[in-house]
Ligand binder design. Structure first.
Ligand code: PGA
Length: 251
């Protein structure tokens, strides 16, 4: 099973409808179909139904930034994975550090969300990563291993093939500081080895692991050249059509 390269744009809580449409239409002009490449945009949930229209006739796929771990019920303000599926999402982020930190999401909750997403046919893109303090205290590897294991604890074994990961060092998100390609590759190997120990070689080799944290046109190709870097999760630079297109072209 060859693993896919995924270039993903996380818009976070940015862009209004007219801006989102302009961005997607500009992206569509630059995009060419390449074997084994997936391009995904993650707009704010309120824009998802509109974005489904904007991506028509392109290779762009749609993702959501968050969901709840139940499919229906009394969860005011939350979004059901089933609704996201019905609205056309093929991916959903889970465990982004902003959700873990600002909204106190635990490893266990992240795993449950991943399971709920898979149950409706959405691929979870699970974000893991360490703070600067954890890296400086040499606790980063253990933290990431634990974050990865927690997901496999919650997800049914038969559907482990559906998981994707993004390594997003917290100190690199929105700071302009990027992990070096070597640092990224090292942690991607840690993630892949953790998957290997839990789920075996074949599955580990088929799992796409993206890097995120100040990815931009100037560092995209160096990062993507690393054997264990299977794509990029791009925040700030995904809001500019030219930058995001250049990042896609780096593949
Ligand atoms: P950034 O964000 O590219 O702006 O650093 C990445 C992310 O948070 O997914």
């Amino acid at each position: 099973m060859a693993r896919k390269t995924i270039i993903a744009g996380n818009w976070k809580m940015n862009l209004l409808p007219a801006e989102g449409e302009e961005l997607v239409l500009a992206l569509k002009e630059h995009l060419a179909i390449k074997d084994n490449l997936e391009v995904v945009v993650f707009p704010p949930t309120g824009l998802v139904p509109l974005a489904l229209d904007w991506i028509t006739d392109s290779i762009i796929q749609l993702g959501a930034q968050n969901c709840w771990h139940q499919l229906t019920g009394a969860y005011t303000g939350e979004n059901s994975p089933l609704l996201l599926k019905t609205l056309g999402c093929s991916y959903c982020l889970v465990g982004h550090s902003e959700r873990r930190e600002i909204f106190s999401e635990t490893d266990e909750l992240v795993g449950r969300k991943a399971q709920a997403l898979i149950s409706v046919g959405i691929t979870p893109l699970v974000c893991v990563g360490e703070s600067l303090e954890e890296r400086e205290a040499d606790k980063h590897i253990e933290k990431i291993q634990n974050q990865v294991k927690a997901v496999y604890n919650q997800v049914d074994k038969e559907v482990w093939t559906r998981l994707c990961f993004a390594y997003e060092p917290i100190w690199a998100i929105g700071t302009g500081k990027t992990a070096s390609p070597e640092q990224a590759d090292e942690i991607h190997r840690v993630i892949r080895n953790t998957v290997k120990n839990l789920a075996g070689d074949i599955l580990a080799n088929a799992t796409s692991i993206l890097y995120g944290g100040s990815a931009k046109p100037s560092n995209a190709s160096e990062l993507l050249q690393k054997v264990d870097v299977d794509g990029l999760l791009v925040g700030g630079a995904s809001l500019k059509a030219q930058d995001f297109s250049q990042i896609i072209s780096a593949f």
